[in-house]
Design a binder for this molecule. Sequence first.
Ligand code: FCB
Length: 453
Amino acid sequence: MSMPPLPAFPPGFLWGASASAFQTEGGADTDGKGPSGWDAFAARGRIKDGADASRGTGFHARYREDVALLAGLGADAFRFSVSWPRVVPAGSGRVNAAGLGFYDRLVDALCAHGITPAPTLYHWDTPLPLEEAGGWLNRDTAARFAEYASVVAERLADRVPMWITINEPAEVTLLGYALGEHAPGKQLLFDALPAAHHQLLAHGLAVQALRAAGAANIGIAVSHSPVRTAGTSEEDRFAAELYDTITNWMFADPILTGRYPDENFAALMPGPVADDLAVISAPLDWYGVNYYHPMLVGAPSSDALGDFAGVGMPAELPFGLRDIESEERTDFGWPVVPDGLRELLVRLNDRFGDGLPPLYITENGCSYDGLDDPRRIAFLDAHLRSLHAAIDAGVDVRGYFTWSLTDNIEWVEGASQRFGLVHVDYETLERTPKASYAWYRDAIAAQRSAPQR
Ligand code: FCB
C-alpha cells in the first residue's frame, strides 16, 4: 500500500514497539515463575474465546525471533514488561535467579542489535499471593513493588536506559477492581478508589527505589482519552466532567502536580494522603501516554451504551457512555479518531504547562485481522500525522511505541483481537510479518534518511 511519506519527525525521535509479559511470554511454569492474578483469572475461564493464555505467544522461548523482527523493523526501542511473579514468585521475599536471568538475556539480545530496552515493571500481572492478600487494595503491595523494582534495577540498570514503572493504573482500577471484568474480578465501583491510590504510591516508591539502584530516565505509561460531552444538559456536563476526572486526571494530576483533581477524591483515599502525594509526585524524566480513542460521555440514561472498552458498565454509575460517530472502526469496534491524539496531547500541554515532562507515546495501535492489513497501515499513518501536528503545535513528544510488535493475548478477548504488526499462528506459534510491518519498517527508514526538521 503506497502512501505519501510522513512529515519528518524531530532528530532523535525514538521509533518503537510495545508488548507485555502476560500477553506474550507464556511459559507460566518455566523458570520457577510464580502465578499471577491474571494466570488465576484465566484459569477460571474468564478469557472469552477460550484461548490458552498460559502459552501467550511463546515469547519466553522465542524471544530471539522477536528481537530479530524488531531488528528487521529498524526499531530504536522495545517496550516489554518484566513479570513480577517471574522475578519474585511470591511477590515478596525470595528472588528467582532464573526469572531474572531471562530478562538479563533479553536485554543483552536487544542491546546486541542496538535496540533500546524499555521495560515496564508492572503490566497487570500481580503475584497471586499479593492479589489474594488484597492486591492494590492493600497498601503493603506498594512497598513490595518498590522492593521488586530495586531487584530488577540492580540487575539491569547498567544496560537499560529507559524505565516504565506501571502500565495504565486507571484500567487496573476500573476494569479489575471497580467493574470486575479484568483480574482480580472485583466489582467495588467507587470503593475501588484505594486501588488507584496504592498504585500511584507504588509508582512513587518505585521511582525512589529505581533511582537508588542506579536507574535513570524513568516514566510511567498512563492511558488517556479525550472526553467529549454527549448532550447539552447540566447533567451531561457533570457526567462528562466526572468521567474525565476519574479516567484522565485522577492519575495524571497526582503524578504531575502532587494533588488529586478534586478534594472529594483526595478525601476518599486511604492512608496519609498528603505525605503519599509528595512521594507520588517526584519529578519524572518523561511521561508516557497510551492512546486508543476518545470517549463520548453524558448523563446515565437508557440509551447509554453501558460499555467501557467492550465492558458492561453497571447502570448505577453516574455517567453513561455513548457511541462515537466514526466511519471507521477496528475489529474491536473501537472508533478510529486520529485527531484525538493531537487533541489530547495539546490538552496535556495546556493543563500541565512547565510541569509536563517530555512525552512518549507508549501505546497506540489497532485490532484488525489478516496478513494484508491496509486498515492498520491507514490507522498508523493517520495517528502519526496527528502526533506530528501536536509536535508542530509545541508539544514535546520524543518517541512512539506502537501496540504491538506481534499479535498477543488481548486480556479477556484472548486471541481474537489482533493488534500485531506480525501475525502469530496460535497453533504453531509461527510469526509472519503483516503488510503493516513492512510499512512501519519503511516509514522508520524514510525518517532516518529524511532532511532534519
Ligand atoms: C491497553 C493495554 C495493552 C493492550 C492494549 C490494546 O489498555 O495496556 O496491554 O491490551 O490496551
